[in-house]
Design a binder for this molecule. Structure first.
Ligand code: M6R
Length: 612
């Protein structure tokens, strides 16, 4: 989603700002802009629709030199992706510029009031209101003007403000949208995502909600926007390495990340299994009152999109092996329901980015109701990681491609570990604990085997690239994987329509659509529901549908029924989703390539969805 960058120091601001915007590209955007304060104290701005390279082209024709500036990548919410709607936005005199992530909910009434005062608006955005509001509150000191403006604004924001009247500072503020300050020597950096600052400094300050920062080249000051008192903030060390966000020999981040799967599993598991005792150690949960954890008698998993499907796999695992009832909720629904929660309920939020607005709001709601709130988060130091009572990091490394693949795999692994962790403090025997942990450790090798036969999946993508509709069907542990397979295909090969269903639901409606132009993926490993999946395949075959089956190695009989078969190695039923997801991720990626699409940044999508 939108990205913010800012620089103030002794060097040419443009270099950092463009670099930072490129590093933020993965979040998804449709336009970008930059404003730089020149030596003569003029604010020079350039904007462009499309990619950062389009903005660069534009900038190469004008003088944009200066030692401070702000920049933005926009993912359209209010108003279409045009240059006029791109950030940074300015006031009437073009003397105050603002870059903003989030949504100002009361922008309409603010705009109407400002227009009555004579302010002239040029864009359709909610953000432009901020620049005019700051202008109307400006009495010679930019931080005071921003502070007073924030008091009139409702909604979510991370903002960066630069003004020609108070030129030696950039003012930033945050509420519900992430913002970090990178502390350098004689220079300071601002970004909505720490990855944009990698290589410039490793000292980071995470701004919290209701905080305002005044950044100069040699200093920074943080104050509370509520009490207006100074706040002492801890500097954190930025652990991300540059190489983590490079493509590692692959043409696309998506392929790099799918092929990283086996390594990701190893990293998520490393140091967490005590083999001889069939136990799992989760350091992040050690801070909790263990008595309270033992008394948890209900779990609600909240997440969005792919993370929600991982949660669904977790539901089956935890119920079957740890014996605790689990419900999985879409965070955007949970936040507006009246959920029944008490102190024996644990709410587990799953999020790759750790910044998803709906998930964050659900966490806050669950905390208000007294739940124990845990997180399964990939991004270290992210808002969700900080907002939860305790949590488990995925250790999957930065995920850049908008479509989540390796994070999904690691979310399921972490849920498997959590299942053993919870199960072993309840009824799960040593033997079962050992069996599960032993099998988990084998997964990287099994995944590699599937990845090594990627050319088979590539051939399938070529064969089916002309089809425009697909069903994905699975049962039990592989029902969520059917949904995941369909979501990935929709996201990455976005001219194709795909739906994921529980196998048993076909006859309740969707089967009406089946004909020879409607291929169906059947995720049918040799497990407890294999026979049921077989019946579903028969039903589709009888109606002329084409079948692509994913099944367990050695299952030759399926070749009599399916048009194409993808084999996965044998593992425990509970762990099959880790293996069945791999060919589906690959299929979506190859289909995207076949269709000539931008598979790393599919249209209309954002990497971290920081607005409602
Ligand atoms: O960062 P999160 O895991 O909270 O994101 C949740 C969803 O927005 C995300 O999984 C989305 O569905 C992906 N684009 C799926 O590939």
């Amino acid at each position: 989603m939108c990205g913010i960058a800012g620089y103030i120091g002794k060097k040419d601001a443009k270099n950092f700002l463009l670099n930072a915007l490129k590093k933020l590209e993965y979040r998804g955007y449709d336009s970008a802009g930059i404003v730089i304060l020149s030596e003569k104290k003029d604010l020079n701005c350039a904007k462009s629709v499309g990619k950062i390279k389009d903005l660069e082209k534009k900038i190469s024709k004008i003088d944009l030199s200066g030692k401070s500036g702000i920049a933005h990548t926009r993912w359209a919410t209010h108003g279409s992706p045009t240059e006029i709607n791109a950030h940074p936005h300015h006031d009437c005199q073009k003397e105050i510029f603002v870059a903003h992530n989030g949504i100002i909910e009361n922008y309409k009434s603010l705009r109407a009031d400002l227009e009555k005062l004579g302010h002239k608006f040029i864009s359709e955005t909610d953000t432009e209101v901020i620049s005019h509001l700051v202008e109307s509150n400006f009495k010679g000191n930019i931080e005071e003007a921003v502070l007073n403006s924030l008091k009139q604004m409702k909604g979510a924001y991370a903002i960066a403000v630069i003004s020609k009247h108070d030129p030696d500072k950039i003012v930033v503020a945050k509420k519900s949208s992430p913002l970090v300050i990178g502390v350098g020597v004689g220079e300071n950096f601002i970004a909505s995502d720490a990855s944009a600052i990698i290589g410039y400094t490793d000292k980071i300050i995470y701004l919290d909600d209701d905080e305002l920062g005044i950044i100069t080249s040699n200093n920074y000051k943080i104050i509370s926007t509520i009490s207006e008192n100074n706040i002492e903030k801890k500097q954190c060390k930025l652990e991300l390495e540059e190489y983590e966000i490079q493509k590692g020999g692959h043409k696309y981040f998506l392929f790099k990340e799918i092929f990283e799967g086996p390594e990701v599993v190893k990293n998520s598991v490393r140091g967490r299994i005590v083999s001889e005792a069939g136990l799992v150690k989760l350091g992040g949960l050690e801070v909790l009152d263990q008595q309270r954890l033992r008394k948890i008698n209900r779990i609600i998993i909240i997440a969005c999109g792919t993370a929600n499907y991982a949660g669904k796999v977790g539901e089956y695992m935890i119920e079957e092996y740890a014996g605790i009832p689990v419900e999985v909720e879409i965070a955007s629904e949970f936040r507006y329901r009246k959920p029944i929660i008490d102190s024996q309920t644990a709410v587990i939020a799953i999020s790759q980015s750790g910044e998803t607005a709906d998930t964050l709001a659900s966490i806050q709601e669950a905390k208000r109701k007294g739940a124990l709130v845990l997180g399964i988060v990939n991004t270290v130091g992210s808002t969700i990681a900080r907002e939860t009572d305790a949590g488990i990091y995925n250790h999957a490394g930065s995920e850049i491609s908008v479509a989540s693949t390796k994070a999904f795999i690691s979310q399921i692994i972490v849920l498997a570990l959590l299942t053993v962790y919870l199960g072993r403090t309840r009824e799960m025997s040593l033997v079962t604990g050992k069996r599960l942990t032993d099998e988990i450790k084998k997964l990287p090798k099994l995944m590699k085997k599937i990845l090594n036969s990627c050319s088979e999946i590539e051939k399938l993508a070529k064969k089916y690239s002309a089809y425009r509709n697909f069903f994905f069907l699975g049962r039990k542990y592989n029902y969520p994987i059917a949904c995941e397979g369909a979501l990935k295909l929709k996201e990455i090969a976005n001219t194709i329509h795909a739906e994921g269903y529980a196998g048993g639901e076909m006859k309740h409606g969707p089967i009406a659509m089946i004909d020879e132009n409607f291929p169906c993926f059947f995720i049918a490993p040799r497990d407890s529901v294999y026979e049921k999946m077989w019946s579903n395949m028969e039903e589709v075959k009888a109606r002329g549908g084409q079948i692509i089956a994913i099944t367990t190695e050695g299952n030759k009989e399926i070749e009599n029924l399916a048009d194409d078969v993808i084999y996965i190695p044998k593992t425990l039923e509970m762990l099959t989703p880790i293996l069945t997801a791999v060919p589906l991720h690959l299929f979506a990626a190859y289909m995207g390539i076949e269709l000539g699409l931008d598979i790393d940044q599919p249209r209309n999508l954002a990497k971290s969805v920081t607005v409602e």
